[in-house]
Structure formats: C-alpha cells, structure tokens
Design a protein around this ligand. Structure first.
Ligand SMILES: *Cc1c(COP(=O)(O)O)cnc(C)c1O
Length: 397
C-alpha cells in the first residue's frame, strides 16, 4: 500500500490541478470514520458535500450494489432495463411529481432543468427560440459546465471560459424586488438553491422562497429548486423547499440520491412540463443505468423507513447548539438547518480547518471564511459528541 505522501505526490503529478485537496488520504472507511493508509482515523464531517447521507459503506446499500452488479449494470436507453421503471415510480412518490428524467451528475441534472425550461418556454409558451431568459441568484453554485459557469458570479469558476452562454439574469439571493424587476415576457424560469451550500450555508430571508414561488406563478415562470445538496433529508425536511411549504415546478436532485456510491441525478416534474422532451431531444448513456437505479432505490427505501428528516433535524439542532457554545471571538456566526451547518469566521478559516484535521475531524472551508459541517445523518450522538469535543479543542484558543 502507498503511504499518504506517495498518494499525494502521484495525484498531484498526474492529475490536473483543478482541486486543492486537504492532505488527508482516504483508504478505508466505515460509516462516519475514514482511515488513511497509516491507519489514522478521522471523523468525516463533510460527507462528500452531503452525498454521503448514509455514511461510508452502509451495509444495505453495499448489498444492493453487489446484488445488482451480479445481474445487470448497463443497458443504455436504447433498450429498457427492469430496474429503472420501479425507481422512477419511487422518485415520483418522493417528490409528488408525475415524471422523472434521470442523469448522472448534479451538473447534468441542472443542465437538464435549464433545457426543460427553455424548451417549455418555446414549445408551450410560444416564446421565440433564442429569446428565453432564466433568472438565477448571485453566489449560486449549480455545477461546472460552460453554461452553468456562464450564470455563476464566482470569478474562479468563470475565468477564461468564454464565450459564455447568454440568456441568464442574476439577482441578489433573497431579494424579492430584484426578482420582480428581472421578469420579462421572455422569462421561462427562476432557479435557486433553497440554501446556498457552497456560498457558505446561506439561508434566504424567511418567506422569500414562498413569495418567489408565487411571483413565478403569477408570471407563468417555472420555479426550479436545485436541491442537489439540500435534498433527501439533509436540512431536516425531505426537501429544503418544504421549510416554506413550497413545491417547485422542477426538482433538481443528485448527490445523496446515489447513496454516496454512484453518481445518480435526476429532475422531477409534472408531465405537462417534462413532455416537452421527444425522442432524440436529450439523453445520457449512463443516465438511468440499472446499477445506479438499484442503489438509489435502496437509498430511498432507507430514507423513508428510518425517518431521516427527523433524525437530521434533531441531530442538527443538537450539533448546532453545541457549536454555538464554543468560545472564540473569531467566530462571527453559527447557522444552518438540520445537518447542513456553517461556522463563519472573521477571517480566512483555512487555519482552523488544519487544526480540525490535526484533531481528526474532516471539514472544509467554503468561500474562505465559512467552515461547513455536514456529517452523515447516520452519525450516532456518541460520534457527534466525540467530533464536537475535538472541534472545541481545535476552535478554542
Ligand atoms: C454539487 C452541486 C451541484 C453539482 O453537482 P455535481 O454532481 O458536482 O455535478 C449542483 N448544484 C448544487 C446545489 C450542488 O451542491
């Protein structure tokens, strides 16, 4: 087995430097615990940006994957497979929507939602093709494709990638007046994250989501919720839109949808929207693959059975209250919903992340000053207490 040092050297030598990982090497995992090649243990408090709701190596998910591996892994959509239909039915039950369009990554699902909205505007609403407009929010994170970075306001994500895809307007996150002003007869959709994860766990002002949804309805504009990070119980509700009783026209789903094992993403919407797609108009070789569908099916079954939203809410409230007890004048705010929690510092939080790692806790700063904690929802209170004790030592001066 390679040492951590060797692994890091090779990764940096042969891999493009589009990430700057913290110097911790994952080699074996169990639930919330990560081991490096030297056998040192860490508490995973990032959960692959919320993809690992169920922690690492959940036995039922692993079994579902193994069972499906033995039977069938890929059909492509040139043919049917005997897993996809059941899974899509289940996802429709979860979202209350009539139809699903499966993809693999979150970015692909976002792209799919944008394509849906543009086509819907053109084919259903008669907006001239090429004139469709979509409204998004400042400091959004929706993925990494050219079109998605075109609507980003993050210079690191955008620089040098022009020409950018036109057709987007950016409003301030949570500003209802700006939303009203941005809508024109050519607007087809407004897309937002119910909580901005990458931006630093930013929760919109109370009532914004609901009001935004209503304004969209009045103007015949689709309300798209990017729940890739917030979906599937993470914030204490099955979907974060439920905090304001909003049912979006289109759910964008990913990350935890694949149980942290395989990339599974999808959008869910009613048929009057998703029927804009006709054969040949969109697709993906691996989208809807039976391996992903089988693992995701099991993930949905577990989510339903063990009341994960309630677990995330209770554990999140506990975790957040303990974080708030930590005394350090550099901490500006502790905020979050469920188990999606941000600790904002006055200045660069990277040194605190290093201290956390020294104490065996894995988390990462986002937008420099905020450390995001998103432990697996399966974490026990004993594990959370142990992690909290270490966080306290790392954070207190
Ligand atoms: C992670 C994320 C995406 C992109 O998902 P990928 O699987 O990395 O392409 C999109 N939207 C949100 C809100 C995310 O957190």
């Amino acid at each position: 087995m390679h040492s951590s040092k060797k692994v890091i050297e090779k990764t940096e030598k042969y891999g493009a430097h589009n990430y700057k990982p913290k110097e911790v090497v994952f080699s074996e995992t169990d639930g919330i615990i990560v081991k490096n090649p030297e056998g040192e243990e860490f508490y995973d408090m990032l959960s692959a940006y919320s993809a690992l709701n169920f922690g690492h190596g959940h036995p039922e998910l692993i079994q579902a994957a193994k069972d499906q591996l033995d039977k069938l892994t890929l059909s492509s959509r040139a043919f049917y497979n005997d897993v996809l239909g059941d899974w899509m039915e289940k996802l429709c039950e979860f979202t209350g929507k009539e139809m699903v369009l499966p993809m693999n990554t979150g970015a692909e699902a976002v792209e799919t939602a944008l394509k849906t909205a543009r086509r819907w505007g053109n084919l259903v609403n008669g907006i001239e093709n090429g004139k469709q407009e979509i409204i998004v929010c400042k400091d959004n994170f929706h993925g990494r494709t050219i079109t998605i970075v075109s609507m980003s306001t993050d210079e690191d994500a955008r620089k040098g990638y022009g020409p950018y895809t036109p057709g987007f307007k950016v409003i301030e996150y949570g500003n209802i007046e700006e939303l009203k002003e941005a809508i024109t007869p050519n607007t087809v959709a407004f897309m937002m994250e119910p909580i901005q994860g990458e931006a630093g766990v930013i929760i919109p002002p109370e009532g914004f989501m609901k009001e935004a949804y209503e304004i969209c309805k009045e103007n015949n504009v689709l309300f798209i919720a990017d729940e890739v990070q917030t979906g599937f119980a993470r914030t204490g509700k099955m979907f974060a839109c439920q905090h304001e009783g909003v049912v979006p026209d289109i759910y964008v789903l990913g990350k935890a949808l694949g149980g942290g094992i395989i990339a599974v993403s999808a959008i869910a919407a009613d048929s009057h929207i998703l029927n804009v797609f006709t054969p040949g108009s969109h697709g993906s070789t691996f989208g809807g693959n039976p391996l992903g569908a089988a693992v995701s099916m099991k993930a949905l079954e577990i989510l339903e059975r063990d009341d994960y939203p309630k677990q995330a809410e209770e554990k999140g409230n506990y975790f957040m209250s303990k974080l708030k007890e930590i005394k350090n004048d550099d901490i500006v705010e502790v905020r979050g919903r469920g188990l999606l929690i941000g600790v904002e510092f006055k200045e660069d939080a990277a040194p605190y992340v290093e201290k956390l790692i020294e104490k065996g806790v894995l988390a990462k700063e986002t937008h420099e000053r905020t450390i995001r904690f998103a432990p697996p929802i399966v974490s026990s209170y004993e594990q959370l207490d142990e992690a909290l004790a270490r966080i306290k030592v790392a954070f207190e001066k």
